[in-house]
Design a protein around this ligand. Structure first.
Ligand SMILES: [Fe+2]
Ligand SMILES: [Fe+2]
Length: 141
């Protein structure tokens, strides 16, 4: 099974690329979103995803990762989480402004905004708190 957060990042980047091809009026803001999101996705995949894999390891779905590696990733996640929250706001602000400005809002832009909001909400409601919980469990290893 592919890791779902990474999979969604790929789908969002594809949607962003499609939007830049189809929305010439919004090219500047879309490129800004793509630039923030590209670094943002990497940050989550390098910090949150490895920490969350701890849960799969303790339920026997993955081989147990190296403990020093997990501890380092837990520290990185805690450092990067405020940055990632800020990036969610920045991305949604730019997309929100584009939606308000565009007289005839393109379907691709609406889809991108809805998908991005759902993805970020899922992370902020469930995945970031779960990652913090994994971090405290990792601390006690
Ligand atoms: Fe994400
Ligand atoms: Fe995110």
């Amino acid at each position: 099974m592919d890791e779902p957060v990474t999979l969604e990042h790929g789908q969002l980047l594809t949607l962003l690329f499609t939007a830049t091809q189809e929305s010439h009026l919004n090219l500047g803001p879309l490129k800004e979103v793509a630039s923030i999101f590209s670094g943002h996705g990497d940050r989550e995949e390098e910090t949150m995803v490895p920490v969350l894999e701890f849960f799969r390891a303790i339920t026997g779905h993955e081989n147990f990762p190296d403990i020093d590696f997990l501890k380092a990733k837990a520290d990185e996640f805690r450092t990067e989480e405020p940055v990632m929250l800020r990036e969610h706001r920045e991305i949604m602000d730019i997309l929100g402004r584009m939606e308000k400005e565009g007289g005839a809002v393109q379907l691709v832009l609406e889809n991108l905004s809805a998908f991005m909001e759902r993805h970020s909400n899922m992370e902020e409601y469930y995945l970031y708190p779960l990652t913090f919980h994994a971090c405290s469990l990792i601390d006690s290893l």
